[in-house]
Design a protein around this ligand. Structure first.
Ligand SMILES: [Zn+2]
Ligand SMILES: [Zn+2]
Length: 316
């Protein structure tokens, strides 16, 4: 299924990204609330989007629109939702000599998570109005509190999208005894892109989002218990390039390898310098490699490598 990770501490669930099918997977993972009125979102405290690529967000419309049904039995607090704000600049055209393509939604071409959610609110207006008038259904605005992660004084995103080195993590949310911080990872030119860290009294979990080898992420993941990191097999980039016309094969291959992290790098160049105790591979490209190939991430890394699978659960 699509990209999504749940960090669970006591009765609190924190979701990182909502790829395709993640709402269903949340239930299959046994994380729905118990008893009458317990639903899939009863115990979800927060949703954290790493970046706005659709493979990480496409379930958000479903979750947002059905919240009135799925959040029954929650306590009074809304579900906190964090993600990138409006990029504020368009990505550069690639290759640079190509004519710029026509813009989607030219009046607002780079909305962040708040902007995107505003469009969803309007898109589902008929359903929301029906339910509000007929059944006094709760508004999604009372179920979710959506926030763009501010980058004031940190970074003005430019067309290249190469993030600066941060001297300290971004404070996202303190939820009781759980601290959530973030950093800017390097998914150039897509930006901003975040990695998140969850510190709980039981231990720490870091989720990379999509990124090339990122010095900021290494800092964020320092001495963590679990580093959940994306990975690509460079052979896939070679195979894809071989199938493309020569004028775009080179750029596409370079692109894939710069904005993602290879099997050879993820252990040696990320988990090892971070001192992460466990490296969990996720978002593996391609999907059909043998496990033995992914396990080559052990080369140069002293910790434990775990090849992620759908619905895998790991304990702190
Ligand atoms: Zn991405
Ligand atoms: Zn992705």
């Amino acid at each position: 299924m699509g990209i999504s990770t749940a960090v669970v501490y006591e009765e609190k669930i924190y979701l990182v990204d909502l790829g395709h099918g993640s709402h269903t997977q949340l239930v299959k993972a046994g994380l729905q609330g118990e008893g009458f009125g317990g639903t899939s979102f009863t115990n979800v405290r927060g949703i954290f989007f790493t970046h706005l690529h659709s493979d990480h967000t496409v379930e958000w419309p479903a979750v947002y629109a059905t919240a009135g049904m799925n959040a029954i039995g929650r306590s009074g607090d809304p579900i906190m939702v964090f993600g990138p704000g409006d990029r504020g600049s368009l990505v550069r055209v690639f290759p640079p000599d190509r004519k710029a393509p026509e813009l989607y939604n030219p009046a607002d071409p780079t909305p962040g998570i708040v902007g995107m959610t505003g469009y969803l609110r309007n898109a589902f207006a008929q359903d929301f109005n029906d339910r509000a008038r007929d059944s006094n259904f709760a508004s999604p605005d009372t179920t979710f509190n959506v926030t763009d992660i501010g980058l004031d004084e940190v970074w003005t995103v430019d067309p290249d999208g190469i993030p600066p080195k941060l001297t300290k993590p971004i404070q996202v949310w303190q939820d009781g005894d759980v601290t959530i911080t973030a950093t800017l990872v390097d998914h150039r030119p897509t930006a901003p892109a975040f990695g998140y860290r969850f510190d709980t009294p039981d231990g720490s979990v870091v989720v990379s989002g999509d990124t090339g080898v990122s010095a900021n992420l290494i800092d964020l993941a320092r001495d963590c218990d679990y580093l959940v990191h994306e990975v690509i097999d460079p052979q896939f980039a070679d195979d894809l390039a071989a199938a493309l016309p020569p004028e775009i094969a080179g750029p596409v291959k370079e692109h894939l390898l710069v904005s993602h992290t290879t099997i050879e790098s993820v252990g040696r160049d990320v988990a090892e310098p971070a001192g992460a105790k466990n490296l969990v591979l996720t978002h593996m490209v391609p999907t059909d490699n043998p496990i033995s190939r992914w396990m080559e991430a052990k080369e140069g890394y002293g910790g434990r490598v775990i090849v992620g699978e759908d619905l895998m659960q790991l304990n702190l």
